[in-house]
Write a protein that binds this ligand. Structure first.
Ligand code: C2E
Ligand code: CA
Ligand code: CA
Length: 403
């Protein structure tokens, strides 16, 4: 970096003795590092002004508000001639956004706790502060530690063979024939038992562990659909969830191709389920990605339709094959006539532009019949079966719905 650009980045400011640097409740835009001098941080308790700290060279202040964009929670005054370096909030935030997820979490927790403590502090006076702070610190670190523990366990879960893929049938609603399966991940944790993905998929996404795990699921599901087709003697479509993080991975397409080649799966038997969030993220150029998957022969389902932005323009702009109506609509259909109308309209719209529709979360026959009446041809849900291990899935597909 040249000297000129360095000078632009480092902005210094001088304050005379007694000069206010910022006041409580000011809007925050920057933090400060003290180069020389002394700064007093104080808060107004209503009946008295309480000095929280006296800071000297090398110390930072004002960072809390600069980080979370809230107003100043204390007043800063220069006690003598003081020189400060300004740190604009973008500098702080870009670092926080780039930081390791557990650190980010920790920071968020601590910021929230700090705000909470301060408001209690004002209400209760100074006596309560130390115990509140101590408790908050213990809770904040427990949260972060639990998460770090789970993360390291998840890192080892693949090699310890604790991950499993279960299969939930996707059924033709007229006649209950199993036409496909959705691959759903399970973690058989040594202490916590079998865990559903909502307990760990978020963590896997934050830490990018979803990339190797997702690849493993894809490969397993492809191998298993080949075996299912052999055992059942008919075509079966395997749906695999692909998260935004996997989607953003430049190597995804080449890995997909490798998996198809190595497992010998007919790519026409493979359906990739993505959510609207993936389509909205233009950085990942979703259109090109989807077209490449389709060139390889796989098809694309838009998952959880109705829960996100549900922009109808996606349906027209992207070459999607299947729309999956989120289970919250299916559940609400019985009690709420508006939901019923929405599901009917989604079906009409999807069929109008040539998409298949899968209704998720069908739990009773009333829902199945209602969906059938509105022309929805496919569904999945506990009415037919939850996700089950491979052997059970094959047995069920054979006995309930031999084609
Ligand atoms: P999803 O893709 O919407 O999967 C359907 C979820 O609905 C599954 O939950 C399934 O067990 C549940 N479900 C199915 N039928 C019914 C029903 O009739 N009633 C109710 N109440 N629930 C039903 P599960 O297996 O816990 O998965 C949760 C989510 O985790 C999935 O939602 C998906 O977003 C994610 N997930 C699962 N496996 C993977 C994976 O291999 N990769 C990625 N990226 N995400 C996965
Ligand atoms: Ca899904
Ligand atoms: Ca879904």
């Amino acid at each position: 970096m040249t000297k000129a650009t360095l000078d632009e980045v480092i902005v210094r400011r001088r304050f005379g003795a007694g000069e206010v640097i910022f006041r409580e409740r000011d809007q925050a835009s920057e933090a400060f590092v003290i180069e020389s001098g002394l700064v007093e941080i104080s808060t107004d308790l209503g009946y008295e002004r309480k000095v929280l700290a006296i800071l000297g060279p090398g110390e930072m202040f004002g960072e809390m508000s600069a980080l979370d964009g809230t107003e100043r929670s204390a007043t800063a005054v220069a006690l003598q001639e003081t020189e400060l370096t300004l740190i604009v909030n973008e500098q702080l935030r870009s670092r926080v956004e780039a930081a390791e997820p557990v650190l980010r979490l920790l920071l968020r927790v601590i910021l929230n706790r700090f705000r909470h403590e301060q408001s209690l502090f004002r209400q209760l006076g100074t006596g309560a502060l130390e115990t509140i702070a101590a408790r908050a610190e213990v809770e904040a670190s427990k949260l972060a530690i639990d998460k770090i523990k789970l993360e390291s366990e998840l890192r080892g879960a693949l090699s310890r063979e604790e991950l499993e893929v279960h299969y939930q049938p996707i059924v033709r609603l007229s006649g209950n024939v199993t036409v496909g399966f959705e691959a759903l991940l399970r973690w058989r944790h040594s202490e916590l038992g079998t865990m559903a993905p909502d307990k760990f998929i978020g963590l896997a996404e934050e830490t990018a562990l979803i990339v190797p795990i997702g690849r493993w699921v894809l490969e397993k599901a492809c191998r298993d659909v080949v075996r299912m087709q052999q055992r059942l003697g008919r075509e079966i479509v395997m749906s695999v969830n692909v998260s935004g993080r996997q989607f953003a991975e430049p190597s995804f397409l080449s890995e997909l191709k490798t998996v198809i080649d190595e497992t010998g799966v007919n790519p026409r038997s493979l359906k990739l389920e993505i959510t609207e969030g993936v389509l909205m993220d233009h950085r990942t150029r979703p259109l090109g990605w989807i077209e490449s998957c389709k060139q390889l022969g796989a098809s694309i389902a838009l998952d959880d339709f109705g829960t996100g932005f549900s922009s109808l323009s996606y349906l027209a702009s992207f070459p999607i094959d299947t729309l999956k109506i989120d289970r919250s609509f299916v559940r609400a259909m019985g009690a709420d006539p508006r939901s019923l109308k929405i599901v009917r309209a989604i079906n009409q719209l999807a069929h109008g532009i040539g998409l298949d529709v899968v209704a998720e979360g069908i739990e009773d026959d009333v829902q199945r019949l209602e969906l059938l009446r509105m022309g929805c041809e496919l569904g999945q849900g506990f009415l037919f079966s939850p996700a089950v291990p491979f052997e059970q899935a094959v047995d069920q597909a054979r006995s309930i719905a031999g084609a």
